[in-house]
Ligand binder design. Structure first.
Ligand SMILES: *Cc1c(COP(=O)(O)O)cnc(C)c1O
Length: 378
């Protein structure tokens, strides 16, 4: 029996290398006396525009609000109206879908490609109706979902491409004819980021951002997030309070410069799994070495998942499931529970996330692979 513990994720360990910088950031905000908006938020937004090579970044309260604000803004601008349809992948995290329905829009679920576990862009066209206004590629598990098929379909039908980049900060995609390589968040018309503590770059609490090249959209998002006001005590929209607070902005500014280092750690662990897991009962995720994946999760697929997870747990390996129930099968979406989406359901039943973060070493990953390789499927 192996007695070493392989922690899935420990946020204390992940943040330890930043401890001094984080304390300095928090003290700086306390000393500044500025606790809403201001230079810390401005500086963070500026860093996000350079990272994603976009014209605008708006710091907001969290990833779900980032998505909600994008849809609300498109509705205020007149690009969409309640009842319009938005195409979403059937295997995404629930927040992608909540943002759509919260704005009175209708989610239309499209199956993922089992190879990439991302929205199958070849199936988007067939799901387009006269009410479709947008498609939401979700860069699930940190793998970019964007290709010529998606862009051409969107162009042909006048759809906005709204990236759910919550899991993909720093990921890149090579776009022929668009200056080579672009980061997630700079591929579509608008993108939402989350800095939930477990994401590749995590705040010490909730935080998010919207990125876009569209000035009208950015201004509208900014106003909606601040009570719908364009200047103090003048409200042009029935807005919300979804601002990013300066404490989290300062914390994120301390961590954001290290996004490629953080993602590099995850890539090295993924490459160890890729080369050392050889058990035929375990389907490894598509492996690419081109920077297009930042391995927010390393997700394998196994039949009889409970037995596999129990075996790993007995050998000290903690695992996760992202996600055990597809959004359209949730009780809150009863109206979609009868949909036939076998690929999404099959993924929900078989996915297992292995440890991949700053608290897993390459040696740990090799040892976890060894444990996996001695697993006997029944
Ligand atoms: C985390 C996440 C969100 C939501 O972000 P929060 O900051 O937790 O609101 C949305 N979409 C995806 C794919 C996510 O992983």
């Amino acid at each position: 029996m192996n007695h070493k513990k392989y922690t899935f994720l420990d946020l204390g360990t992940v943040n330890r290398p930043y401890a001094d910088a984080l304390k300095e950031a928090v003290c700086r905000v306390i000393d500044s006396g500025r606790f809403i908006g201001g230079p810390e938020v401005d500086a963070f937004e500026k860093s996000m525009t350079s990272l994603c090579d976009v014209a605008h970044a708006v710091g907001v309260s969290n990833g779900l609000d980032a998505l909600r604000l994008i849809f609300r803004a498109y509705i205020e601008i007149g690009v969409m109206q309640p009842g319009d349809e938005v195409i979403v992948p059937g295997n995404t995290f629930i927040a992608s879908v909540l943002a759509v329905s919260d704005c009175g829009l209708v989610p239309v679920f499209v199956e993922p490609d089992p190879l990439t576990m991302n929205l199958d862009t070849r199936l988007v066209e067939a799901a387009v109706t006269s009410r479709t206004r947008a498609v939401m590629p979700v860069h699930l598990y940190g793998r970019v979902c964007y290709d010529d098929t998606l862009r051409d379909t969107a162009t042909r039908h006048g759809l906005k491409i709204i990236e759910d980049s919550a899991q993909a900060i720093g990921a890149t995609a090579s776009i022929p004819g668009r200056g080579g390589s672009r980061r997630a968040g700079g591929l579509g018309d608008a993108a939402a980021f989350s800095f939930y503590p477990t994401k590749n770059i995590g705040a010490l609490g909730d935080a998010g951002a919207v990125t876009t090249d569209d000035t009208l959209l950015a201004d509208t998002v900014r106003r909606l997030a601040n009570y719908g006001s364009d200047r103090q005590y003048h409200n042009i929209y029935k807005g919300l309070n979804c601002r990013l607070d300066p404490m989290q902005a300062a914390i994120l500014s301390a961590k954001l410069p290290f996004v490629d280092r953080e993602n590099g750690t995850r890539r090295r662990i993924a490459s160890v799994y890729e080369t050392t897991i050889t058990n035929n009962a375990v389907v490894k995720p598509l492996y690419t070495d081109d920077g297009s994946a930042v391995w927010h999760q390393y997700v394998v697929r196994v039949d009889n998942r409970d037995a596999f997870r129990r075996y790993l747990a007995d050998n000290g390996v903690e695992t996760g499931i992202h996600y055990p129930v597809a959004p359209f099968d949730q009780p809150c979406y009863k109206e979609y529970n009868a949909l036939e989406l076998p690929v999404s359901r099959r993924l929900a039943a078989t996915v297992v996330s292995l440890p991949v973060s700053g608290c897993t070493s390459e040696t740990d990953a090799a040892e976890i692979s060894e444990i996996i390789n001695t697993y006997k499927a029944k």
